[in-house]
Design a protein around this ligand. Structure first.
Ligand SMILES: C[S@@+](CC[C@H](N)C(=O)[O-])C[C@H]1O[C@@H](n2cnc3c(N)ncnc32)[C@H](O)[C@@H]1O
Length: 210
């Protein structure tokens, strides 16, 4: 099996060696009936995370990295870092209601890792010193997220985080963040095609602080 296979079976889409929940997954359907729904768009697997997976398949992380996933949602990207990049991962999200979905994603991938309900705004410089890599996929979706993420990146750089990857389909708040990050942190944007259509083009703001 290649790591970029993309099939749906038993409600799971396998891509880059990772199983992602689709809307037909029985546990996802059950959880949507039984538990309170995620309220800040963490209600499905968003597609920008695949751009990060595609990039890192070709440019893997060094061994034994400590990774912080912010706004992890269902945790598909967190699982990729744990299972494929062999990293130590802390998955975080502002919305505690994503956790049951995160737990199912971890089970389906045979991965065990911690989840913490935590907002970006609460991630202090001291907290960030524990991490080598900071990632976020489809997290810069509202205007106010630009300033939140810019401040987070600033704290992360001061805390010694070495690599930052923020992926997005190209919304305006993301480009505003990319402009700020280019000026202040020498951030660059990579364009990644994850499929065959124009809509599948995604962008990764990459900051190297090593
Ligand atoms: C569009 S979803 C993306 C989820 C996941 N990264 C993915 O690619 O499937 C955005 C996620 O960010 C979370 N979020 C929104 N605002 C946040 C904040 N201020 N701090 C941390 N997480 C936040 C939401 O709860 C949601 O799970």
């Amino acid at each position: 099996m290649t790591t970029s296979e993309n099939k749906v079976k038993n409600g799971l889409r396998i891509s880059h060696g990772i199983a992602a929940l689709t809307s037909s997954h029985p546990d996802l359907r059950r959880l949507k009936r039984q538990s309170e729904a995620p309220a800040i768009h963490g209600n499905k697997v968003w597609s920008s995370s695949y751009a990060i997976m595609q990039y890192l398949d070709d440019n893997p992380l060094p061994d034994n990295q400590s990774v912080l996933d912010v706004g992890c949602g269902f945790g598909t990207l967190s699982c990729y870092f744990s299972k494929i990049q062999k990293a130590r991962v802390l998955a975080t999200d502002a919305d505690a209601h994503v956790q049951p979905f995160f737990d199912v994603t971890c089970q389906e991938n045979g991965v065990v890792m911690p989840f913490k309900a935590m907002r970006i705004e609460k991630m202090t410089k001291n907290f960030l010193t524990d991490f080598d890599v900071l990632v976020g996929a489809d997290i810069c979706f509202w205007d106010e997220m630009t300033a939140l993420l810019y401040k987070l990146i600033n704290r992360a750089i001061q805390a010694g985080v070495k690599q930052i990857y923020i992926a997005d389909p190209g919304r305006q708040p993301f480009w505003d963040l990319a402009d700020l990050a280019a000026d202040k942190f020498y951030g660059t944007v990579k364009s990644i095609k994850t499929g065959k259509t124009k809509r599948s083009e995604k962008y990764i703001l990459t900051i190297n602080n090593s």
